[in-house]
Design a protein around this ligand. Sequence first.
Ligand code: NAD
Length: 497
Amino acid sequence: MTQANPEVLDAPQLDHGVPFNLYIDGAWRGTEATFEVLNPANGLSIASVADASNADAQAALDAAVAAQTAWRGVPPRARATLFHKAHALLLQRADIIIRTMTLESGKPLTESRGEFNLSAEFFLWYAEQIAHLHGTFADGSHGGYRVVASHQPVGPCLLITPWNFPLLMIARKAGAALAAGCTVITKSAQETPLTSALFVQALHDAGFPRGVINLIHTTSASSISASLMEDRRLRKVSFTGSTGVGSKLLQQAAPNVINASMELGGDGPFVVLEDADIDFAVEQAIICKFRNAGQACVAANRIIVHRAVEEEFTRKFVERAKTLRVGNGLESVDVGPIISARQRQRVQHLVGTLKDAGGEVLAGGKPIEGDGFFFEPTVLRFAEAGDALCGEELFAPVAAIFPVDSVVEAIAFANDTRFGLAAYLFTKDLSRAIALSERLDFGMVGVNRGIMADPAAPFGGVKASGLGREGGHDGIYEFLEPKYLAITVKDPVETAA
Ligand code: NAD
């Protein structure tokens, strides 16, 4: 550790402290190489973490492969019991997990708590699915045999998660995979390895057998994913992150035809029609835009407002954005830092590009001087809908408002993107809401809601936003494959007659 951060050292620790190593085959193991994890609120190192090599990743795959047959054979109820034990341990350790999440990702404690609660709910949801998987039994179309279809685990999986929801992403993926009877190698994001380590520690302490879950952190993500996917024993990759990396992983998965689920980037349109409840729409837009400092795949990317209400919406939205308190997530703030100095530079450049494209800055617009990687909550208004963003994901505390003259224009502009993750629609007319949401080319539509992740919902996108769903009844099937048995049936009574 180059520069210790007293905030971490003073934090209430588990008996053994926050684990900084890799977790392979049921044990924590160090590596010679390490990398630093920074607190984006002050730029200081909070931990020095083991840096996995290709050999470590192969060891994790060996362990996952060795454990696969026994794990799929663990009866559903016994598997669910392990989940319940791990869930109880996660709840007991909520404070240290929440604090660690804030320290390494920068998000305010209230947001870390919200993410913790949702992650625990997801884990519980999958525990409840384990004993409720159904198959089918049917007559063969031409008689003489029966169609029996059940589901079996895909096999050892590689789970790759991003830094912006460090607990939710691993809980949602690993929860589904383990519930389905798959063994996993999880690769956490380099920026936020500690939260996932605490999650894995809870599973270890709950008694998950060795090899069933393995955790690696690395500075060589590309080389490790390539080497793992060259190995035919790996049967699935489930990735959450940017569309560029997702597309590379699909190429790496192609030669061995590895099953793939992709939760990728978004360009969420937030559409406010002339009959919307404006005050409510403003509040939801603030949450949807500035939660996690705008670094969310489902964040409102283009706020599209009917011109009849655009002046009122924009005035109230700007007033509200100016009240947001920005600062260290451990304090009482609304918006934390950007994840890194490099990302903050990207945001600054992005604001310049938007201004050049005709955006008028109504609030913020600049980095905040001093320690950490803070940026002012920023609002830009454009005179009309256009290609100012060119389908780019802002991924920043930067809101862009576009007036439109009609519903037709609103929907056309909303759909004019390569992405298709989340869209939002604000109107008081239910029939109109249903009809228009069916026209929106997105995997999810929030109707009079700016936030919609839920364990019971199939979360995911279409187009360049991904393949597959996480959560809901669909989530677990991403990690299962149907197995069809054709069984000849000869009736002995009829044969004898
Ligand atoms: P990223 O794609 O840079 O990284 C995501 C993960 O992939 C990290 O673990 C990273 O180490 C790893 N990675 C990076 N390059 C890799 C490579 N060549 N091979 C293998 N692994 C590699 O994304 P990010 O910056 O961490 O996260 C932001 C992106 O994630 C945004 O585009 C956001 O929209 C998206 N995201 C999507 C969802 C969703 O559910 N759809 C959720 C959260 C974030």
